[in-house]
Ligand binder design. Structure first.
Ligand code: SF4
Length: 271
């Protein structure tokens, strides 16, 4: 496992010309609206870099997050572990777990700039004050190849993590059946538009996951990481989930889950 983390960490900066601009206020590490999903492998890497236990890191620095798949469809989304914001690993202007930082942190902003359109990124309000998007660095060909490799590793790590925790990757929830329970969180904007803060959806989700016993089940799995045998089994699982990830659909699976009371049931998605 150590050699895997060493290789991963070396790739994070290999052939890169990027460094955070002096004028950057580290919005990406602080802004709660910018969700940073992490995998269990990320959590393990942070544990190695910080010397803290995996379960302690999950309880104090993470939460179960819900990321809508499409704009305008707040109730259909992917479930994952997310860093709490502002991120507590930010010390001053430095990341205190830099060699073991999550894949999402290591890939940003270069990968977004490589595959996306900078103008489109700047249209999103959240990125407007990011100096690294306003004045992007160049991304040499060798760095592009490395970024592609890191992205592939990230896909495999997420696949393993979802599979271990939820039994499926990605784990998509359709929350429409419980949407009514979140209505008291709705606020009306100055323009008279009804808005439901994302935090209310996540709070509602956490509540129901706890009532259904799911949260406790996932936490028990995470506790295994602080035992040598649990870690060994997880890394053994990686060997075959890496194979599965190679043939897995990169698009969303046709199955999502829906709550009936506080229990989850699979449903077929129409698209
Ligand atoms: S892990 Fe490091 S790079 Fe990522 S959000 Fe936290 S402080 Fe920033």
């Amino acid at each position: 496992m150590e050699s895997y983390f060493e290789k991963r960490s070396a790739l994070f900066n290999a052939s890169s010309e990027f460094s955070c601009p002096d004028g950057c206020d580290r919005h990406g590490c602080k802004e709660p609206a910018l969700h940073i999903s992490i995998s269990l492998v990320d959590l393990l890497a942070i544990s190695v870099a910080s010397g803290r236990k995996v379960f302690d890191l999950f309880k104090k620095e993470c939460k179960i997050g819900f990321d809508p798949i499409e704009e305008g469809e707040p109730w259909l989304g992917k479930v994952s572990i997310e860093l709490r914001k502002p991120c507590s690993f930010l010390v001053g202007r430095e990341c205190s777990v830099y060699p073991g930082r999550p894949m999402a942190c290591a890939l940003f902003p270069e990968y977004s700039l490589m595959v996306g359109n900078r103008e489109e990124l700047l249209e999103r309000e959240i990125f407007r004050n990011f100096p690294c998007i306003q004045n992007p660095c160049s991304i040499p060909r060798r760095r592009r190849e490395t970024l592609q490799k890191v992205m592939e590793m990230s896909f495999q790590e997420n696949f393993l993590s979802d599979f271990y925790l939820f039994g499926i990757s990605p784990f998509v929830l359709d929350l429409k059946a419980i949407a009514g329970k979140g209505l008291n969180g709705i606020r009306i904007s100055e323009e008279g538009k009804a808005e439901l803060p994302h935090r209310c959806i996540e709070d509602l989700l956490s509540q129901i996951l706890e009532q259904g016993g799911y949260l406790q089940e996932w936490e028990a799995k995470m506790e295994q990481f602080d035992r040598a045998e649990g870690l060994k089994q997880f890394m053994k699982m990686k060997e075959w989930t890496d194979q599965m990830a190679m043939t897995a659909h990169r698009s969303l699976p046709p199955v999502a889950y829906q709550f009936d009371g506080n229990r989850l049931f699979p449903i077929h998605r129409c698209k």
